[in-house]
Design a protein around this ligand. Sequence first.
Ligand code: WTA
Length: 578
Amino acid sequence: MKFSKLIKKPKSYFKVKPNLEDYNKTYKNFNYKKHYKEIEWIKKNKLNAAYNAITKHTLTEKKNKVALYWEGPNGEKKEFSFLEMDLLSNKFANLLKKYKVKKRDRIFLFLPRVPELYIAFIGILKTGAIAGTLFSAFQSKALEDRLKDSGAKIVVTTKELKKRIYQVKRNLPELKHIIVVDDKKRSKQEIDYQKEMETISQEFKIEETGPEDLAFMLYTSGTTGKPKGVIHSHLACLHEHMTSKYVLDIRDNDVYWCTADPGWVTGIAYEILGSWSVGASSLVYAGRFSPEKWYSLIQKYQVTVWYTAPTAVRMLMRYGDKLVKKYNLKSLRHLCSVGEPLNPESVKWSIKVFKRPFHDNYWQTETGGIVIANYPLMPIKPGSMGKPVPGIKAAIINDNGKELPANKQGTLAIKPGWPSMMCDIWKNKKKYNSYFKKGWYITGDKAFKDKDGYFWFIGRDDDVIKTSGERVGPFEVESALVEHPAIIEAGVIGKPDKLRGEIIKAFITLKPGYRPSAALEKNIQKFVKKRLAGHAYPREVEFRKNLPKTRSGKIMRRILKSQELGQKVGDTSTLEKF
Ligand code: WTA
Protein backbone atom coordinates (compact mmCIF):
# COMPACT_ATOMS: atom_id res chain seq x y z
CA MET A 1 0.00 0.00 0.00
CA LYS A 2 1.28 3.42 -0.87
CA PHE A 3 1.99 5.50 2.18
CA SER A 4 3.93 8.65 2.33
CA LYS A 5 4.88 10.79 5.24
CA LEU A 6 3.39 14.08 6.25
CA ILE A 7 5.16 16.95 4.59
CA LYS A 8 5.91 20.30 6.08
CA LYS A 9 4.55 23.36 4.37
CA PRO A 10 7.12 26.15 4.14
CA LYS A 11 6.88 28.79 6.86
CA SER A 12 6.07 31.48 4.33
CA TYR A 13 2.87 29.59 3.51
CA PHE A 14 1.35 30.52 6.83
CA LYS A 15 1.56 34.29 6.47
CA VAL A 16 -2.22 34.64 6.53
CA LYS A 17 -4.53 32.98 9.00
CA PRO A 18 -6.69 30.41 7.13
CA ASN A 19 -10.48 30.53 7.26
CA LEU A 20 -10.61 27.09 8.82
CA GLU A 21 -8.62 27.43 11.99
CA ASP A 22 -9.33 24.15 13.72
CA TYR A 23 -10.40 21.27 11.50
CA ASN A 24 -11.10 18.74 14.23
CA LYS A 25 -13.20 21.09 16.31
CA THR A 26 -15.14 22.45 13.34
CA TYR A 27 -15.72 18.97 11.95
CA LYS A 28 -16.95 17.62 15.25
CA ASN A 29 -19.44 20.38 15.95
CA PHE A 30 -20.56 20.99 12.41
CA ASN A 31 -24.25 21.12 11.74
CA TYR A 32 -25.49 22.58 8.48
CA LYS A 33 -28.57 24.14 10.03
CA LYS A 34 -26.27 26.37 12.08
CA HIS A 35 -24.65 27.68 8.91
CA TYR A 36 -27.76 28.62 6.99
CA LYS A 37 -27.10 32.25 7.72
CA GLU A 38 -23.68 32.17 6.05
CA ILE A 39 -25.50 32.56 2.76
CA GLU A 40 -28.06 35.22 1.92
CA TRP A 41 -31.71 34.20 1.78
CA ILE A 42 -34.19 36.39 -0.09
CA LYS A 43 -36.53 35.87 2.81
CA LYS A 44 -37.37 33.05 5.18
CA ASN A 45 -37.20 29.72 3.30
CA LYS A 46 -36.58 31.50 0.01
CA LEU A 47 -33.18 31.01 -1.51
CA ASN A 48 -31.95 31.73 -5.00
CA ALA A 49 -28.33 30.79 -5.72
CA ALA A 50 -27.97 33.66 -8.22
CA TYR A 51 -29.14 36.20 -5.64
CA ASN A 52 -26.66 34.72 -3.19
CA ALA A 53 -23.75 34.74 -5.65
CA ILE A 54 -24.20 38.20 -7.15
CA THR A 55 -27.18 40.33 -6.10
CA LYS A 56 -26.43 40.27 -2.37
CA HIS A 57 -23.11 42.04 -2.97
CA THR A 58 -24.83 44.92 -4.76
CA LEU A 59 -26.48 45.80 -1.45
CA THR A 60 -23.07 46.32 0.17
CA GLU A 61 -19.94 48.39 -0.42
CA LYS A 62 -18.75 45.56 -2.67
CA LYS A 63 -21.09 46.47 -5.47
CA ASN A 64 -18.43 48.21 -7.55
CA LYS A 65 -15.76 45.64 -6.87
CA VAL A 66 -14.67 43.51 -9.83
CA ALA A 67 -16.55 40.21 -9.88
CA LEU A 68 -15.11 38.99 -13.18
CA TYR A 69 -11.77 39.69 -14.81
CA TRP A 70 -12.07 38.20 -18.25
CA GLU A 71 -9.29 37.61 -20.72
CA GLY A 72 -9.97 36.17 -24.16
CA PRO A 73 -7.89 33.88 -26.34
CA ASN A 74 -6.26 36.82 -28.11
CA GLY A 75 -5.56 38.89 -25.03
CA GLU A 76 -8.87 40.83 -25.14
CA LYS A 77 -9.78 42.08 -21.69
CA LYS A 78 -13.04 42.89 -19.95
CA GLU A 79 -14.04 43.57 -16.38
CA PHE A 80 -17.44 43.35 -14.71
CA SER A 81 -18.32 44.57 -11.23
CA PHE A 82 -20.85 42.72 -9.09
CA LEU A 83 -23.34 45.46 -9.93
CA GLU A 84 -22.72 45.10 -13.67
CA MET A 85 -23.09 41.32 -13.45
CA ASP A 86 -26.31 41.82 -11.56
CA LEU A 87 -27.82 44.27 -14.05
CA LEU A 88 -26.72 42.31 -17.11
CA SER A 89 -28.09 39.07 -15.71
CA ASN A 90 -31.34 40.91 -14.88
CA LYS A 91 -31.53 41.88 -18.53
CA PHE A 92 -30.93 38.32 -19.60
CA ALA A 93 -33.61 37.09 -17.18
CA ASN A 94 -36.04 39.59 -18.76
CA LEU A 95 -35.06 38.32 -22.18
CA LEU A 96 -35.90 34.76 -21.15
CA LYS A 97 -39.22 35.92 -19.72
CA LYS A 98 -40.02 37.65 -22.98
CA TYR A 99 -39.68 34.28 -24.67
CA LYS A 100 -41.97 32.63 -22.13
CA VAL A 101 -39.44 30.83 -20.01
CA LYS A 102 -41.02 29.35 -16.90
CA LYS A 103 -39.74 27.82 -13.70
CA ARG A 104 -38.11 24.40 -14.34
CA ASP A 105 -37.64 25.01 -18.07
CA ARG A 106 -34.20 23.80 -19.17
CA ILE A 107 -32.01 26.49 -20.72
CA PHE A 108 -28.65 25.28 -22.02
CA LEU A 109 -25.45 27.19 -22.53
CA PHE A 110 -23.36 25.97 -25.42
CA LEU A 111 -20.67 28.59 -25.28
CA PRO A 112 -16.94 28.99 -24.98
CA ARG A 113 -15.87 30.82 -21.84
CA VAL A 114 -17.20 34.21 -22.90
CA PRO A 115 -18.59 36.68 -20.34
CA GLU A 116 -22.10 36.00 -21.70
CA LEU A 117 -21.83 32.46 -20.33
CA TYR A 118 -21.58 33.76 -16.77
CA ILE A 119 -24.19 36.49 -17.29
CA ALA A 120 -26.65 34.01 -18.82
CA PHE A 121 -26.05 31.38 -16.13
CA ILE A 122 -26.92 33.85 -13.39
CA GLY A 123 -29.85 35.19 -15.43
CA ILE A 124 -31.34 31.72 -15.90
CA LEU A 125 -31.24 31.00 -12.18
CA LYS A 126 -32.93 34.32 -11.49
CA THR A 127 -35.98 33.20 -13.50
CA GLY A 128 -36.27 29.90 -11.62
CA ALA A 129 -35.42 27.94 -14.77
CA ILE A 130 -32.74 25.24 -14.78
CA ALA A 131 -29.37 26.12 -16.29
CA GLY A 132 -27.48 23.42 -18.15
CA THR A 133 -23.94 23.72 -19.47
CA LEU A 134 -22.27 22.07 -22.44
CA PHE A 135 -18.57 22.05 -23.31
CA SER A 136 -17.99 24.08 -26.44
CA ALA A 137 -15.94 21.10 -27.67
CA PHE A 138 -19.09 18.99 -27.98
CA GLN A 139 -20.01 17.88 -31.46
CA SER A 140 -23.41 17.07 -32.90
CA LYS A 141 -23.98 13.61 -31.42
CA ALA A 142 -22.96 14.65 -27.92
CA LEU A 143 -25.22 17.71 -28.20
CA GLU A 144 -28.17 15.76 -29.48
CA ASP A 145 -28.04 13.24 -26.63
CA ARG A 146 -27.99 15.95 -24.00
CA LEU A 147 -30.44 18.43 -25.49
CA LYS A 148 -32.92 15.72 -26.34
CA ASP A 149 -32.89 14.02 -22.98
CA SER A 150 -33.23 17.31 -21.10
CA GLY A 151 -35.91 18.66 -23.44
CA ALA A 152 -34.05 21.96 -23.55
CA LYS A 153 -36.29 24.88 -24.54
CA ILE A 154 -33.55 27.36 -25.39
CA VAL A 155 -29.86 27.04 -26.21
CA VAL A 156 -27.55 30.03 -25.90
CA THR A 157 -24.64 29.79 -28.32
CA THR A 158 -22.37 31.52 -30.83
CA LYS A 159 -22.38 31.99 -34.56
CA GLU A 160 -19.69 29.35 -34.93
CA LEU A 161 -21.16 26.75 -32.60
CA LYS A 162 -24.79 27.03 -33.67
CA LYS A 163 -24.01 25.05 -36.84
CA ARG A 164 -23.64 21.92 -34.77
CA ILE A 165 -27.07 22.43 -33.23
CA TYR A 166 -28.62 22.82 -36.66
CA GLN A 167 -27.12 19.45 -37.63
CA VAL A 168 -29.34 17.73 -35.07
CA LYS A 169 -32.20 20.19 -34.63
CA ARG A 170 -34.73 18.01 -36.40
CA ASN A 171 -34.37 15.55 -33.52
CA LEU A 172 -35.01 18.20 -30.87
CA PRO A 173 -38.75 18.93 -30.96
CA GLU A 174 -38.73 20.73 -27.62
CA LEU A 175 -36.08 23.25 -28.64
CA LYS A 176 -37.94 26.52 -29.22
CA HIS A 177 -35.23 29.15 -29.58
CA ILE A 178 -31.52 29.63 -30.17
CA ILE A 179 -30.03 32.75 -28.62
CA VAL A 180 -26.90 33.77 -30.49
CA VAL A 181 -24.55 36.03 -28.58
CA ASP A 182 -22.44 37.27 -31.49
CA ASP A 183 -24.58 37.19 -34.58
CA LYS A 184 -27.61 38.86 -36.05
CA LYS A 185 -30.92 37.02 -36.06
CA ARG A 186 -30.87 34.74 -39.09
CA SER A 187 -34.09 32.80 -38.72
CA LYS A 188 -37.41 33.06 -36.93
CA GLN A 189 -36.18 30.74 -34.23
CA GLU A 190 -33.03 32.72 -33.48
CA ILE A 191 -32.74 35.55 -30.98
CA ASP A 192 -30.12 38.28 -31.33
CA TYR A 193 -28.61 38.59 -27.84
CA GLN A 194 -26.80 41.87 -28.42
CA LYS A 195 -29.77 43.61 -29.92
CA GLU A 196 -32.28 42.44 -27.34
CA MET A 197 -29.96 43.23 -24.43
CA GLU A 198 -29.58 46.83 -25.61
CA THR A 199 -33.16 47.79 -24.97
CA ILE A 200 -34.50 45.36 -22.41
CA SER A 201 -35.05 46.48 -18.80
CA GLN A 202 -32.32 45.96 -16.23
CA GLU A 203 -34.86 45.69 -13.43
CA PHE A 204 -35.88 42.16 -12.60
CA LYS A 205 -37.67 40.61 -9.69
CA ILE A 206 -35.79 37.44 -8.87
CA GLU A 207 -37.88 34.29 -8.60
CA GLU A 208 -38.27 33.44 -4.95
CA THR A 209 -37.23 29.85 -5.24
CA GLY A 210 -37.18 27.46 -2.33
CA PRO A 211 -33.92 25.78 -1.31
CA GLU A 212 -35.05 22.49 -2.87
CA ASP A 213 -36.04 24.03 -6.20
CA LEU A 214 -33.92 22.91 -9.13
CA ALA A 215 -31.13 25.24 -10.23
CA PHE A 216 -28.67 23.58 -12.61
CA MET A 217 -27.91 20.33 -14.37
CA LEU A 218 -24.93 18.64 -15.98
CA TYR A 219 -24.66 15.58 -18.11
CA THR A 220 -22.14 13.15 -16.83
CA SER A 221 -20.91 9.74 -17.83
CA GLY A 222 -21.27 6.37 -16.20
CA THR A 223 -20.33 2.91 -17.40
CA THR A 224 -23.48 2.06 -19.26
CA GLY A 225 -25.93 3.98 -21.35
CA LYS A 226 -25.92 7.58 -22.45
CA PRO A 227 -24.77 10.42 -20.19
CA LYS A 228 -27.19 11.22 -17.37
CA GLY A 229 -28.55 14.61 -16.33
CA VAL A 230 -27.39 15.23 -12.76
CA ILE A 231 -29.54 17.94 -11.15
CA HIS A 232 -28.77 20.26 -8.27
CA SER A 233 -30.98 22.51 -6.22
CA HIS A 234 -30.45 26.11 -5.15
CA LEU A 235 -29.37 24.87 -1.71
CA ALA A 236 -26.19 23.45 -3.30
CA CYS A 237 -24.78 26.95 -3.00
CA LEU A 238 -24.58 26.56 0.78
CA HIS A 239 -22.10 23.69 0.55
CA GLU A 240 -20.27 25.46 -2.28
CA HIS A 241 -20.01 28.58 -0.16
CA MET A 242 -18.72 26.69 2.88
CA THR A 243 -16.13 24.75 0.91
CA SER A 244 -14.99 27.87 -0.98
CA LYS A 245 -14.33 29.28 2.45
CA TYR A 246 -12.83 26.29 4.26
CA VAL A 247 -11.11 24.35 1.47
CA LEU A 248 -10.23 26.91 -1.18
CA ASP A 249 -9.67 29.37 1.68
CA ILE A 250 -11.12 32.20 -0.39
CA ARG A 251 -11.87 35.54 1.23
CA ASP A 252 -13.32 38.62 -0.32
CA ASN A 253 -10.04 40.38 -1.08
CA ASP A 254 -8.78 37.44 -3.13
CA VAL A 255 -8.18 37.31 -6.83
CA TYR A 256 -9.19 33.77 -7.46
CA TRP A 257 -8.48 31.77 -10.60
CA CYS A 258 -10.29 28.53 -11.34
CA THR A 259 -9.08 27.10 -14.63
CA ALA A 260 -12.15 24.90 -15.15
CA ASP A 261 -14.75 25.31 -17.86
CA PRO A 262 -18.37 25.61 -16.65
CA GLY A 263 -19.15 22.65 -18.91
CA TRP A 264 -17.65 20.80 -15.96
CA VAL A 265 -19.20 21.01 -12.49
CA THR A 266 -16.06 22.67 -11.07
CA GLY A 267 -16.65 25.68 -13.30
CA ILE A 268 -20.15 26.10 -11.89
CA ALA A 269 -19.59 25.40 -8.22
CA TYR A 270 -16.25 27.17 -7.88
CA GLU A 271 -16.27 29.77 -10.62
CA ILE A 272 -19.83 31.00 -10.16
CA LEU A 273 -21.89 29.86 -7.20
CA GLY A 274 -19.40 29.28 -4.38
CA SER A 275 -16.53 31.63 -5.16
CA TRP A 276 -18.76 34.63 -5.88
CA SER A 277 -20.80 33.83 -2.81
CA VAL A 278 -17.70 34.47 -0.68
CA GLY A 279 -17.15 37.72 -2.60
CA ALA A 280 -13.89 37.05 -4.46
CA SER A 281 -12.91 38.60 -7.76
CA SER A 282 -12.68 35.76 -10.27
CA LEU A 283 -10.38 35.50 -13.22
CA VAL A 284 -11.59 33.68 -16.30
CA TYR A 285 -9.18 32.96 -19.12
CA ALA A 286 -10.87 31.76 -22.27
CA GLY A 287 -7.76 30.78 -24.24
CA ARG A 288 -5.81 27.59 -24.62
CA PHE A 289 -3.33 26.18 -22.18
CA SER A 290 0.18 27.54 -22.40
CA PRO A 291 2.54 27.61 -19.43
CA GLU A 292 3.87 31.06 -20.35
CA LYS A 293 0.36 32.44 -20.60
CA TRP A 294 -0.76 30.85 -17.35
CA TYR A 295 2.16 32.20 -15.36
CA SER A 296 1.79 35.62 -16.92
CA LEU A 297 -1.89 35.70 -15.94
CA ILE A 298 -1.02 34.92 -12.33
CA GLN A 299 1.55 37.67 -12.39
CA LYS A 300 -0.65 40.22 -14.13
CA TYR A 301 -3.83 39.72 -12.10
CA GLN A 302 -1.93 39.01 -8.89
CA VAL A 303 -3.82 35.79 -8.42
CA THR A 304 -3.90 34.69 -4.79
CA VAL A 305 -5.91 31.46 -4.89
CA TRP A 306 -5.53 29.04 -7.78
CA TYR A 307 -7.71 25.99 -8.41
CA THR A 308 -6.75 23.65 -11.23
CA ALA A 309 -6.49 19.99 -12.27
CA PRO A 310 -3.60 17.55 -11.73
CA THR A 311 -3.00 17.12 -15.47
CA ALA A 312 -2.40 20.86 -15.73
CA VAL A 313 0.08 20.72 -12.85
CA ARG A 314 1.90 17.83 -14.53
CA MET A 315 2.01 19.75 -17.81
CA LEU A 316 3.46 22.79 -16.05
CA MET A 317 5.98 20.54 -14.37
CA ARG A 318 7.11 19.28 -17.77
CA TYR A 319 8.03 22.78 -18.81
CA GLY A 320 10.38 22.94 -15.87
CA ASP A 321 11.46 25.20 -13.04
CA LYS A 322 13.37 27.71 -15.10
CA LEU A 323 10.25 29.00 -16.75
CA VAL A 324 8.54 29.56 -13.39
CA LYS A 325 11.44 31.74 -12.27
CA LYS A 326 10.83 34.17 -15.10
CA TYR A 327 7.61 35.33 -13.48
CA ASN A 328 6.80 37.00 -10.23
CA LEU A 329 4.28 34.64 -8.70
CA LYS A 330 4.58 35.88 -5.14
CA SER A 331 0.91 36.83 -5.02
CA LEU A 332 -0.05 33.13 -4.83
CA ARG A 333 -1.27 32.17 -1.38
CA HIS A 334 -3.19 28.91 -1.71
CA LEU A 335 -3.22 26.21 -4.41
CA CYS A 336 -5.78 23.45 -4.92
CA SER A 337 -6.47 20.74 -7.44
CA VAL A 338 -9.30 18.37 -8.28
CA GLY A 339 -10.55 15.79 -10.73
CA GLU A 340 -8.04 12.94 -10.66
CA PRO A 341 -5.27 11.73 -8.41
CA LEU A 342 -2.62 14.32 -7.65
CA ASN A 343 0.67 12.46 -7.62
CA PRO A 344 3.15 13.14 -4.78
CA GLU A 345 5.78 14.48 -7.24
CA SER A 346 3.41 17.30 -8.19
CA VAL A 347 2.90 18.26 -4.57
CA LYS A 348 6.64 18.29 -3.96
CA TRP A 349 7.30 20.22 -7.15
CA SER A 350 4.80 22.90 -6.25
CA ILE A 351 6.48 23.38 -2.89
CA LYS A 352 9.78 23.79 -4.66
CA VAL A 353 8.67 26.30 -7.27
CA PHE A 354 5.64 28.07 -5.76
CA LYS A 355 6.72 27.71 -2.13
CA ARG A 356 3.41 26.09 -1.33
CA PRO A 357 1.89 22.70 -2.02
CA PHE A 358 -1.08 21.94 -4.20
CA HIS A 359 -3.90 20.83 -1.92
CA ASP A 360 -5.76 17.95 -3.51
CA ASN A 361 -9.48 17.62 -3.05
CA TYR A 362 -12.04 15.11 -4.14
CA TRP A 363 -15.62 15.33 -5.33
CA GLN A 364 -17.97 14.47 -8.18
CA THR A 365 -20.59 16.07 -10.37
CA GLU A 366 -23.12 14.24 -8.21
CA THR A 367 -21.75 15.55 -4.90
CA GLY A 368 -22.10 19.14 -6.15
CA GLY A 369 -19.15 20.31 -4.10
CA ILE A 370 -15.92 19.21 -2.47
CA VAL A 371 -16.40 16.33 -0.03
CA ILE A 372 -12.83 15.29 0.88
CA ALA A 373 -9.95 17.73 1.03
CA ASN A 374 -6.59 18.85 2.27
CA TYR A 375 -6.86 22.05 4.31
CA PRO A 376 -4.44 24.94 4.75
CA LEU A 377 -3.62 24.13 8.36
CA MET A 378 -3.56 20.37 8.02
CA PRO A 379 -0.30 18.62 7.16
CA ILE A 380 -0.42 16.95 3.75
CA LYS A 381 0.40 13.35 3.00
CA PRO A 382 1.28 13.66 -0.67
CA GLY A 383 -0.89 11.31 -2.70
CA SER A 384 -3.80 11.46 -0.26
CA MET A 385 -7.07 13.29 -0.95
CA GLY A 386 -7.23 14.45 2.66
CA LYS A 387 -10.13 14.26 5.10
CA PRO A 388 -13.91 14.74 4.80
CA VAL A 389 -15.06 18.35 4.82
CA PRO A 390 -17.09 19.56 7.80
CA GLY A 391 -20.68 18.44 7.25
CA ILE A 392 -19.67 15.30 5.34
CA LYS A 393 -19.45 11.83 6.78
CA ALA A 394 -17.34 9.71 4.44
CA ALA A 395 -16.45 6.07 4.96
CA ILE A 396 -14.95 3.04 3.32
CA ILE A 397 -17.55 0.31 3.21
CA ASN A 398 -17.92 -3.26 2.00
CA ASP A 399 -20.73 -4.64 -0.16
CA ASN A 400 -22.98 -4.98 2.89
CA GLY A 401 -22.64 -1.30 3.76
CA LYS A 402 -20.38 -2.08 6.76
CA GLU A 403 -17.60 0.38 7.54
CA LEU A 404 -14.18 -1.17 7.06
CA PRO A 405 -11.26 -0.68 9.45
CA ALA A 406 -8.23 1.53 8.65
CA ASN A 407 -6.11 0.58 5.64
CA LYS A 408 -8.74 -1.78 4.21
CA GLN A 409 -9.64 -1.10 0.64
CA GLY A 410 -13.35 -0.74 -0.17
CA THR A 411 -16.03 1.48 -1.65
CA LEU A 412 -15.91 5.17 -0.87
CA ALA A 413 -19.33 6.17 0.44
CA ILE A 414 -20.95 9.25 1.95
CA LYS A 415 -23.90 9.60 4.34
CA PRO A 416 -26.66 11.17 2.23
CA GLY A 417 -28.20 14.53 2.97
CA TRP A 418 -25.54 17.21 2.52
CA PRO A 419 -26.88 20.36 0.81
CA SER A 420 -25.19 19.92 -2.57
CA MET A 421 -25.97 16.24 -3.01
CA MET A 422 -27.62 15.83 -6.41
CA CYS A 423 -31.37 15.90 -6.04
CA ASP A 424 -32.22 13.80 -9.04
CA ILE A 425 -31.15 12.32 -12.34
CA TRP A 426 -33.27 13.90 -15.02
CA LYS A 427 -36.15 11.59 -15.92
CA ASN A 428 -34.31 8.59 -14.53
CA LYS A 429 -35.34 7.81 -10.95
CA LYS A 430 -34.04 4.29 -11.30
CA LYS A 431 -30.54 5.52 -12.00
CA TYR A 432 -30.79 8.04 -9.15
CA ASN A 433 -31.88 5.32 -6.73
CA SER A 434 -29.02 3.08 -7.83
CA TYR A 435 -26.56 5.48 -6.18
CA PHE A 436 -27.96 4.73 -2.73
CA LYS A 437 -27.36 1.47 -0.88
CA LYS A 438 -27.75 0.47 2.75
CA GLY A 439 -28.06 4.07 3.88
CA TRP A 440 -25.05 5.33 1.93
CA TYR A 441 -24.44 7.35 -1.20
CA ILE A 442 -22.07 5.22 -3.29
CA THR A 443 -19.40 7.18 -5.14
CA GLY A 444 -18.31 4.38 -7.47
CA ASP A 445 -14.70 4.94 -6.40
CA LYS A 446 -12.43 2.58 -4.50
CA ALA A 447 -10.33 3.98 -1.71
CA PHE A 448 -8.99 3.35 1.77
CA LYS A 449 -8.63 5.42 4.90
CA ASP A 450 -5.41 5.30 6.88
CA LYS A 451 -5.17 5.23 10.66
CA ASP A 452 -4.89 9.02 10.81
CA GLY A 453 -8.17 9.44 8.92
CA TYR A 454 -6.67 10.43 5.55
CA PHE A 455 -8.42 9.05 2.46
CA TRP A 456 -6.45 7.52 -0.41
CA PHE A 457 -7.86 7.03 -3.88
CA ILE A 458 -7.38 3.65 -5.52
CA GLY A 459 -9.46 3.83 -8.68
CA ARG A 460 -12.92 3.64 -10.15
CA ASP A 461 -15.11 0.72 -9.27
CA ASP A 462 -16.52 0.83 -12.79
CA ASP A 463 -15.24 1.51 -16.30
CA VAL A 464 -15.53 5.30 -16.27
CA ILE A 465 -12.47 6.94 -17.83
CA LYS A 466 -10.74 10.05 -16.51
CA THR A 467 -8.60 11.66 -19.14
CA SER A 468 -6.96 14.99 -18.28
CA GLY A 469 -9.54 15.21 -15.52
CA GLU A 470 -12.47 14.89 -17.94
CA ARG A 471 -14.96 12.16 -17.25
CA VAL A 472 -15.71 10.03 -20.28
CA GLY A 473 -18.12 7.11 -20.45
CA PRO A 474 -16.78 4.20 -22.51
CA PHE A 475 -20.28 3.49 -23.81
CA GLU A 476 -20.51 6.88 -25.49
CA VAL A 477 -17.20 6.34 -27.27
CA GLU A 478 -18.08 2.77 -28.24
CA SER A 479 -21.42 3.92 -29.66
CA ALA A 480 -19.67 6.52 -31.79
CA LEU A 481 -17.07 3.97 -32.94
CA VAL A 482 -19.57 1.39 -34.12
CA GLU A 483 -21.18 3.99 -36.36
CA HIS A 484 -17.97 4.09 -38.37
CA PRO A 485 -18.48 2.17 -41.61
CA ALA A 486 -15.42 -0.05 -41.06
CA ILE A 487 -16.17 -1.14 -37.50
CA ILE A 488 -18.20 -4.07 -36.25
CA GLU A 489 -17.51 -4.00 -32.55
CA ALA A 490 -15.66 -1.78 -30.13
CA GLY A 491 -14.54 -2.00 -26.52
CA VAL A 492 -13.11 1.08 -24.84
CA ILE A 493 -10.97 1.38 -21.71
CA GLY A 494 -8.90 3.95 -19.83
CA LYS A 495 -5.20 3.19 -20.19
CA PRO A 496 -2.91 4.65 -17.51
CA ASP A 497 -0.89 7.58 -18.79
CA LYS A 498 1.80 9.54 -16.98
CA LEU A 499 0.63 12.95 -18.13
CA ARG A 500 -3.12 12.65 -18.63
CA GLY A 501 -3.90 10.18 -15.86
CA GLU A 502 -5.58 7.97 -18.41
CA ILE A 503 -5.99 7.96 -22.16
CA ILE A 504 -8.84 6.41 -24.09
CA LYS A 505 -7.92 3.19 -25.81
CA ALA A 506 -10.25 1.43 -28.24
CA PHE A 507 -10.17 -2.20 -29.27
CA ILE A 508 -12.07 -2.81 -32.46
CA THR A 509 -12.96 -5.50 -34.93
CA LEU A 510 -13.30 -4.62 -38.58
CA LYS A 511 -15.94 -5.49 -41.12
CA PRO A 512 -14.88 -7.83 -43.92
CA GLY A 513 -13.06 -5.95 -46.63
CA TYR A 514 -11.31 -3.56 -44.23
CA ARG A 515 -7.71 -3.98 -43.17
CA PRO A 516 -5.95 -2.45 -40.19
CA SER A 517 -3.77 0.50 -41.15
CA ALA A 518 -2.40 3.71 -39.68
CA ALA A 519 -4.57 5.68 -42.10
CA LEU A 520 -7.70 3.86 -40.95
CA GLU A 521 -6.76 4.48 -37.34
CA LYS A 522 -6.46 8.23 -38.02
CA ASN A 523 -9.73 8.21 -39.87
CA ILE A 524 -11.49 6.49 -36.97
CA GLN A 525 -10.05 8.97 -34.49
CA LYS A 526 -11.26 11.88 -36.59
CA PHE A 527 -14.67 10.29 -36.92
CA VAL A 528 -15.13 10.09 -33.14
CA LYS A 529 -13.76 13.59 -32.58
CA LYS A 530 -16.28 14.98 -35.02
CA ARG A 531 -19.19 13.28 -33.32
CA LEU A 532 -18.36 13.60 -29.62
CA ALA A 533 -15.67 16.04 -28.61
CA GLY A 534 -11.97 16.73 -28.98
CA HIS A 535 -11.11 15.05 -25.68
CA ALA A 536 -13.33 11.99 -26.11
CA TYR A 537 -11.58 10.21 -28.95
CA PRO A 538 -9.35 7.13 -28.58
CA ARG A 539 -5.70 8.16 -28.64
CA GLU A 540 -4.88 4.52 -29.20
CA VAL A 541 -6.72 2.10 -31.45
CA GLU A 542 -5.97 -1.59 -31.49
CA PHE A 543 -7.37 -3.79 -34.23
CA ARG A 544 -8.41 -7.24 -33.05
CA LYS A 545 -9.77 -10.34 -34.71
CA ASN A 546 -12.34 -10.70 -31.95
CA LEU A 547 -13.16 -9.18 -28.58
CA PRO A 548 -13.70 -10.98 -25.26
CA LYS A 549 -17.45 -11.24 -24.64
CA THR A 550 -19.84 -12.78 -22.19
CA ARG A 551 -22.14 -15.48 -23.45
CA SER A 552 -24.86 -12.88 -23.72
CA GLY A 553 -22.63 -10.89 -26.06
CA LYS A 554 -21.46 -8.09 -23.74
CA ILE A 555 -17.92 -6.94 -24.43
CA MET A 556 -15.76 -7.43 -21.34
CA ARG A 557 -13.86 -4.20 -20.81
CA ARG A 558 -12.44 -5.69 -17.63
CA ILE A 559 -10.63 -8.33 -19.65
CA LEU A 560 -9.38 -5.83 -22.21
CA LYS A 561 -8.00 -3.73 -19.37
CA SER A 562 -6.28 -6.64 -17.64
CA GLN A 563 -4.70 -7.65 -20.92
CA GLU A 564 -3.56 -4.13 -21.58
CA LEU A 565 -1.99 -3.88 -18.13
CA GLY A 566 -0.41 -7.32 -18.44
CA GLN A 567 -2.36 -8.51 -15.41
CA LYS A 568 -3.93 -11.86 -14.72
CA VAL A 569 -7.25 -11.96 -16.48
CA GLY A 570 -9.15 -13.64 -13.65
CA ASP A 571 -12.29 -15.68 -13.97
CA THR A 572 -13.18 -16.21 -17.62
CA SER A 573 -15.73 -18.94 -17.17
CA THR A 574 -18.59 -16.76 -18.31
CA LEU A 575 -16.83 -15.78 -21.49
CA GLU A 576 -18.09 -16.76 -24.88
CA LYS A 577 -14.72 -16.90 -26.55
CA PHE A 578 -11.44 -15.60 -25.52
C1 WTA B 1 -12.36 11.35 -9.86
C2 WTA B 1 -15.02 16.14 -10.65
C3 WTA B 1 -8.73 11.09 -7.43
C4 WTA B 1 -13.15 10.25 -9.15
C5 WTA B 1 -15.19 17.34 -9.71
C6 WTA B 1 -14.56 10.81 -9.15
C7 WTA B 1 -10.62 12.09 -8.24
C8 WTA B 1 -14.61 11.49 -10.48
C9 WTA B 1 -10.36 13.26 -7.48
C10 WTA B 1 -15.64 12.57 -10.57
C11 WTA B 1 -9.19 13.27 -6.67
C12 WTA B 1 -12.20 13.53 -8.58
N1 WTA B 1 -8.41 12.16 -6.67
N2 WTA B 1 -9.81 11.03 -8.20
N3 WTA B 1 -8.85 14.33 -5.94
N4 WTA B 1 -11.36 14.13 -7.72
N5 WTA B 1 -11.76 12.30 -8.91
O1 WTA B 1 -17.87 14.14 -11.90
O2 WTA B 1 -13.08 9.06 -9.89
O3 WTA B 1 -16.01 14.98 -13.41
O4 WTA B 1 -15.56 9.85 -9.00
O5 WTA B 1 -16.20 15.59 -10.98
O6 WTA B 1 -13.30 12.03 -10.66
O7 WTA B 1 -15.54 13.27 -11.76
P1 WTA B 1 -16.44 14.52 -12.09
